[in-house]
Design a protein around this ligand. Structure first.
Ligand SMILES: [Zn+2]
Length: 373
């Protein structure tokens, strides 16, 4: 699921998914019951031009998305009053077949997502909406997705300290600021930072910030200490670490404060696990895609740690609905890495590679099938 539902909505949706048949959705799109109607969320659709119109015979809504990609299944079953969703790749048009007349749909934007609220309405009113020449609503795009950059540590927590006294918190803030400048110059996203000064920010607040901002992506930047390790590496979330080094890094990072992760409702731990695995499935696919793109962008430019993409249970990666990765841009415990990371030119090279990967991801949003019950 790529919709950024508020926490309560998210958990309610996850709970509903346990007991209700899963409605189909694709390409990060999600359709869910909402009162007596449905709510259709199309991530990325509001970043380009769009036009919504209605046909009376058969009764349907037609959403033209001339610059939108759709890589999921082309025919999806709906929830009343939506019968099916059909994507026509040539016309770049989403046809929303209806089970009956509907009221004028509510149209909103959240981040780069287009959100349609569709509920039953009187036939006469629907007849007045219909007609391909009269759009119900349209937009020119320009709603850019939000990318949250998360420089690690800060304030009373310096992070790793290199042999010559280099503090991780300063290096990663400088690298994140450089990445922000590059992404903003590219103009494809809005960039927000969990901290832009030397302040302490608890891990849970970093996650909450990204969720409140309805971020499309979350990128945490570190330069930790790990004996014998050299080069950049990329981490995505897994409860089981891929190797001892990743496990140790996650343990140390998670100890930065006692909080972290999400506040789940008081249900038994096994139910919590089911809920989280449901809502995280698609996010995990997005995170892995982002990590792969990042490794590909870093490889020709900077030294890499072998097995560059690794996994561990970093608390800061635990947003269930935002693809997230943690990048170790090098290790301050390694003298060569420390010497490079102190150089603005080297940080610029790293920031360029990371920005290229983020932009690549935003250009080609998810391949995965999403679904919200
Ligand atoms: Zn760190």
């Amino acid at each position: 699921m790529r919709t950024n539902l508020p926490r309560r909505g998210l958990l309610a949706a996850a709970l509903a998914a346990l007991v209700a048949p899963r409605p189909a959705a694709a390409d990060g799109a999600s359709l869910r019951a909402d009162g007596n109607g449905v709510r259709l969320v199309l991530p990325g659709a509001a970043t380009g031009p769009w036009r919504l119109s209605a046909d009376a015979r058969p009764q349907r809504l037609v959403l033209s998305l001339p610059r939108h990609g759709w890589e999921g299944p082309r025919l999806l079953s709906g929830i009343a009053p939506v019968r099916t969703l059909r994507w026509d790749p040539r016309a770049r048009r989403l046809t929303i077949d209806l089970t009956g007349p509907v009221a004028a749909p509510g149209v909103g934007q959240e981040g780069g997502a287009l959100v349609l609220s569709i509920r039953p309405g009187p036939a006469a009113a629907f007849a007045r909406l219909a007609g391909p020449s009269r759009p119900i609503a349209q937009g020119q795009g320009g709603a850019r997705p939000v990318v949250v950059l998360d420089p690690g540590h800060g304030g009373k927590d310096p992070g790793a300290i290199g042999a010559t006294g280099t503090q991780e918190k300063r290096i990663v803030l400088a690298a994140a600021q450089e990445m922000k400048r590059r992404l903003e110059a590219g103009g494809r996203c809005r960039v927000l930072m969990t901290r832009s000064r030397d302040v302490f920010v608890p891990l849970a607040s970093r996650v909450d910030f990204a969720r409140r901002q309805r971020a499309t992506l979350f990128v945490s930047i570190h330069a930790d200490s790990a004996p014998g390790a050299r080069g950049a590496s990329v981490y995505t979330l897994s409860e089981t670490a891929s190797d001892a080094l990743s496990a140790a890094l996650a343990r140390r990072e998670n100890a930065a404060d006692s909080a972290g992760g999400l506040n789940l409702p008081p249900v038994p731990p096994d139910v919590q696990r089911i809920l989280l695995s449901l809502v995280r499935q698609e996010t995990r696919q997005g995170s892995v895609r982002l990590a792969n793109m990042t490794v590909g962008a870093l490889r020709p430019r900077v030294p890499l740690l072998p097995n560059t993409h690794r996994q561990a249970a970093f608390a800061v990666l635990k947003s269930p609905d935002i693809p997230s990765m943690l990048v170790e841009i090098g290790f301050l415990s390694n003298r060569q890495d420390e010497a490079q990371l102190k150089q603005p030119q080297h940080r610029a090279v790293v920031a360029t590679a990371l920005s290229a990967a983020v932009e690549d991801y935003l250009e080609r949003p998810g391949l995965g099938v999403a679904s919200v019950g």
